[in-house]
Write a protein that binds this ligand. Sequence first.
Ligand code: SIN
Length: 525
Amino acid sequence: MKHADVIIIGSGIAALQLANKLTKSLNVMILTKKDITMGNSYMAQGGVAAAIAQGDDPYLHYLDTLEAGAHHNHAEAVLEMTKGAPEIIKGLWQAGCSFDEDEQGKLLLGMEGAHSMNRIVHSGGDATGKHMVDFLLANLEENISIEQSVFVYELILDGNRCVGVKAKLPDGTNEVFYAGHVVLATGGCGQVYSFTSNAESATGDGMALAYRAGAELADMEFVQFHPTLLFVDGKTRGLVSEAVRGEGAILVTAGGKRIMEGIHPLKDLAPRHIVSQTIYDYSKKGTQIFLDVSAIANFSARFPTITQLCTEHGVDVEKGLIPVVPGSHFIMGGVKTDLNGITSIQGLYAIGEVAYTGIHGANRLASNSLLEGMFIGGNLADWLNTYGAANSLPEIQVIQSQYFSRPDLPDINELKKRMMDLTGIVRTKESLSAQKKWLDQLGLNEWFEASLDHLTAIEINKLFMYITACMITESALERTESRGGHYRDDFPHEDNYNWMKRQIIHQRKTVKDGKHEFNQTAIAT
Ligand code: SIN
């Protein structure tokens, strides 16, 4: 049994920003299920958006964020974040985090899809996440300890207060960690889809943990599919950043036809869901789409990470054509929080991609995710620094369950493929109902609340992916309109009359008569 003032589950940008900004008198423990550098933040090629350029204004960044989010965003939250963005970047830069500069030593500002101005700050060309994570890691103080290969599988509750977590250690044994403040910073769930840009660790753990504990989650139907993942031998092999199109690359067929002509005024830099849907239509007909990068001078110097990725998979960027398909990239929904990361359970917080703050609306604007992680991570640090350690934690006796049955878990590759085909880029009532029926017939409802003490980390991870897949499918079926990342072929337009600002909220209710009560629909404030 171990104790800390604050436990942070996960080690991405939001987690490290929080850890760096917490007061040194707090004893902080970071628990991460893999190696600290194996998450999505470390792999992030895109940069951080901030209205720094002459002629730019946070208000324009705000408007672009709302437009990309199909006006489903929490407008006040967007305003706060876009106003704070320039200070966040300047603060990091002045503290010594290296960002790409021009010859005069000013920040280089790139362009990405759906931004009206050049406002994307990068580091190391296309290695922004790695540079930022390395910088934040190097600045951690002695009050922060990091335990790697520790898989958190349950939140410990005392009534409606979270007081700690149970975790699987590398040797397979269980350990209990107590803390007055428990922060989910577990990232997203891209791995529930067969085509994804996400790290292997992005399996929806935080969403499933929160759901099992009874916290509120919102907007799980809004999944962003990135248009350009490197596609070799039938598999996605990593991201080809939107910044490549920002620098002039175009999407073409093998015969050189520009596929975004006539589809959207912004052509190759149209909002991601439109580009993804267009590529998807071609791939369904068996046509491979390529990113033509031949117009970009010094491609390999500008995009070293992408060049290396292509080389590793036998694609020669000098030839100018990179084969691509769309795949899951980011989820806009998640554990519902306010701007300080506070969830519906006392003592439990969520920051980064696992959280729903309302900032991204129905579709995230490019390069707003590292920014949101830094912004909310910093806010939570301010809040916890004021609140301090929780002094009188109740003594909870954790009983290891004597439950010995095991769930009959699905083949995870089948689950991922079905999510891609049926709950993916283009959805219909038929496809979603078929997926829901398949998920339901697996009969795993009792495992939404049963003890997991005796299961292995691999089994629990599969269960977490299953729970996350259920939430995405259920809410995608319920939302009978198209908006942002959620596209229904049978309801192809936004339905502002019925759905504007409405949210699908998930909150676990007890299993009754073998049936699980799953969904409530609520009106967002
Ligand atoms: C990209 O570089 O295309 C991804 C950046 C992002 O998703 O914000």
